[in-house]
Design a protein around this ligand. Sequence first.
Ligand code: NI
Ligand code: MN
Length: 227
Amino acid sequence: MASIRFLGHSAFELDINKKKILIDPFITGNPQAVCKPRDLSPDYIVVTHGHSDHLGDAIDIAIKNKATIIAPFELAMYCGNKGAKTHAMHIGGSYPFDFGVIKFTNALHGSTIIQEENFIPAGNPVGVLIEASGKTIYHAGDTGLFGDMELIGDRYNIDLALLPIGGNFTMDIEDASYATKLLKPKVVIPMHYNTFPVIEADPNEFAARISSSIRVVILNPGEEFEF
Ligand code: NI
Ligand code: MN
């Protein structure tokens, strides 16, 4: 058994193989946040790209818990320079951690870290595949729809896909439902919507577009799903 808790926006806490893996822990400044960064005690933190709504509190939480940040190379270097323990990877490479295997995928997006007037390049944005405890989880990060989602769906039997549906910065409902068709997951959970007015979307409208062979699970921030 594994469980995943939605922390709002694109942030999730995955509990698998007795390890806690945070993904894109945007807590401070997240209007949907249901906890404080100090409430989280992960073993690993996966960060898909450098935007503040994904990098979020990753560095502080990592330092406090001696957790390892798993991120694309340039972003991992940035986090390492800030004092976090890191494991750098890149698109297409996989690595067997003590809880399971992680592989980064393509994502159509940006990754620059923006701090007031400073723009710090953080390499490519990624999606992440996690294979652990007999389950395969795909967190798409921020991305537009792309054809290689079909390749990912053919290459992996995805148990759980976490897909952005909010539009403007990422796929909208229509594109995310098309992505679901390409990825063929058993379960899909929508994310990256309703955090801000510009990404308002109705997850029930997304669910209505998904074929009945795929289960749509809509989580409110703080809710958890076992699989
Ligand atoms: Ni982004
Ligand atoms: Mn985002």
